[in-house]
Design a protein around this ligand. Structure first.
Ligand SMILES: [Zn+2]
Ligand SMILES: [Zn+2]
Length: 246
C-alpha cells in the first residue's frame, strides 16, 4: 500500500511539474526563436496563423484538421529528457519512478487529446464538461493574446506566474484603461506604465552603469529575436486550410 501511495504521490508531483513545463516550453520555445527552431515555426507561425483568435480557432467538420498535434518525435524526446531526473529521484526516494514515467506519458497524451478537441468541435463526450469548456476558452484566449494563457492542459503555472487572462480580467483591464484615458492619466496604466530604463539611469554610479548595460543587452536580444522571427516568417510557407477529401 505504501509503495502504491509513493508512486501515486510521485505521479501527482509530476502533474504539477507538467503545468510549469508546458508553460515554460510554450513561452520560451514555441513563442520565441530558439534551438530547435522547428518549435517556433510549427507553433507560433503555422499553428497560430492557421487558427486565429476569432472563429477561425475552430476546425469545422468538413475541414481537414492539420498542424494541431506536436511532431511525432516530441513524446519520445520529452520522455528521454525527463528519464534521468526520474531515475535520480528514484535513487533517493524509492518507489517513485513508475509514477513519474506514467505521469509524463499520460500528461503528454492527454495534452494532445485536449488540444485536438479544443480546436475540433465534434460533439465528443469530453466537450460536455464545464472544465473542458473552461480550458477550451482559456486556449482560445491564448490564440487571441499569444503572450497570455500558455498552459493548455493545466493552467496552474499561468495562474501562479500572472500570465492568466479570462474574459473578466480582460474586461477589467479594458475598463481601467478607459478610465485612465478619461482621466488623462494613460501613462500610469498597465503596459503604458513608464519602466525604469537606461536613459534615466545615472552613468556615474555603479547601479546606473549596470542598468544601462542590462538595457543594452535586452535591446540587443530583442533586435536579434525580431530579425530571427522576420527571417523565419519569410522562409515559412503557411499551408492553406483544406477541405476534407470526399
Ligand atoms: Zn492551439
Ligand atoms: Zn501558442
Amino acid at each position: 500500500m505504501a509503495v502504491f501511495l509513493t508512486q501515486f504521490a510521485s505521479a501527482l508531483g509530476w502533474v504539477i511539474y507538467g503545468s510549469f513545463y508546458e508553460w515554460f516550453f510554450h513561452k520560451f520555445w514555441m513563442h520565441e526563436v530558439r534551438t530547435p527552431r522547428e518549435a517556433f515555426r510549427g507553433h507560433a507561425i503555422i499553428h497560430h496563423n492557421l487558427y486565429k483568435g476569432d472563429e477561425g480557432y475552430f476546425v469545422p467538420e468538413d475541414e481537414h484538421a492539420q498542424h494541431i498535434l506536436l511532431k511525432p518525435y516530441a513524446l519520445p524526446l520529452i520522455f528521454l529528457m525527463h528519464l534521468p531526473i526520474i531515475l535520480l529521484i528514484e535513487k533517493y526516494i524509492p518507489h517513485t519512478a513508475i509514477g513519474g514515467c506514467v505521469s509524463v506519458v499520460v500528461y503528454f497524451v492527454v495534452y494532445e487529446y485536449m488540444h485536438w478537441n479544443m480546436h475540433v468541435p465534434r460533439k465528443h463526450f469530453v466537450e460536455k464538461f464545464k472544465w473542458f469548456q473552461f480550458l477550451r476558452h482559456h486556449h482560445h484566449l491564448h490564440h487571441k493574446h499569444p503572450l497570455k494563457n500558455f498552459c493548455v492542459l493545466f493552467p496552474l503555472a499561468d495562474w501562479m506566474t500572472g500570465t492568466m487572462v479570462t474574459d473578466a480580467s480582460l474586461e477589467r483591464r479594458k475598463q481601467a484603461r478607459e478610465a485612465a484615458i478619461k482621466a488623462g492619466n494613460i501613462a500610469l496604466e498597465g503596459k503604458h506604465k513608464p519602466k525604469a530604463s537606461a536613459p534615466t539611469a545615472d552613468p556615474s554610479t555603479f547601479a546606473g552603469k549596470m542598468a544601462i548595460s542590462r538595457a543594452k543587452r535586452a535591446e540587443m536580444r530583442h533586435q536579434k529575436q525580431v530579425a530571427a522571427v522576420k527571417k523565419m516568417m519569410s522562409t515559412t510557407v503557411i499551408p492553406p486550410r483544406k477541405m476534407k477529401q470526399r
